[in-house]
Design a protein around this ligand. Sequence first.
Ligand code: BTN
Length: 237
Amino acid sequence: MKFYLQWYARLPSTNTFLKERLAVESNLPSGKVIAAREQTQGRGRLDREWVSSTGENLTFSIFLRGSYDRRKLPAASMAAAVAVAELLEAEGLKPSLKWPNDVLVNGGKIAGILLEQAGDATIVGIGLNVLYAPHNVAYKTTTLAASGGIASVDGARDILLERLGVRLATWQEQGFPPIREAWMARGHPIGTPLRAGIGNHPVEGTFAGLDDDGALLLDTDEGRKRVIAGDVGQPPV
Ligand code: BTN
């Protein structure tokens, strides 16, 4: 897949910027990538904030045009998570994936993905901590540089775009099965005890894999359950 990259020094959020641009530019090409050296209102999943730092991290969004079935879209963000993992592996690191699409190194979050859809537009926003990681957040964080990988935002971008091109094309051509296989190879081992879901209604069970649409499958005392949104963590012992 071919990308058309455009850099900005500062934007509120590359996802928001792309959405606004789509509203006025109906012929925006699929594969357009908007990147910002600094985001002032970066957004994460579940209405959280995504904190990065000026010029030190990679924050960009990819625009894909196509009438994808909504159910199939989580697979696109998982394809992106796999591409980030492959960049890290190329740097000699051993990343792991946490459902749905967090990328971790040594248990610290290094990258996150925010997928949004508007009409026939899909926006895949990726934030990768290259030189800076926020510490005032509720989870452990890390950076590419601190983990022993490449300490260059532009260098990381080039490798990542190359991997994203391959993985997003695989998703478009072959659907979820090859992405699921690549995700599972780096994800929670089958049988891992997990607690998943949103807010006050978590489901507890053991990891049983990913459903055809990327939903998390958990084996619980009441049988197998699907979780389609939220976060996962370890259940309390
Ligand atoms: C998460 O883990 O919660 C997802 C984080 C996604 C952050 C990226 S940075 C580029 C793009 N623009 C945004 O405002 N968010 C995404």
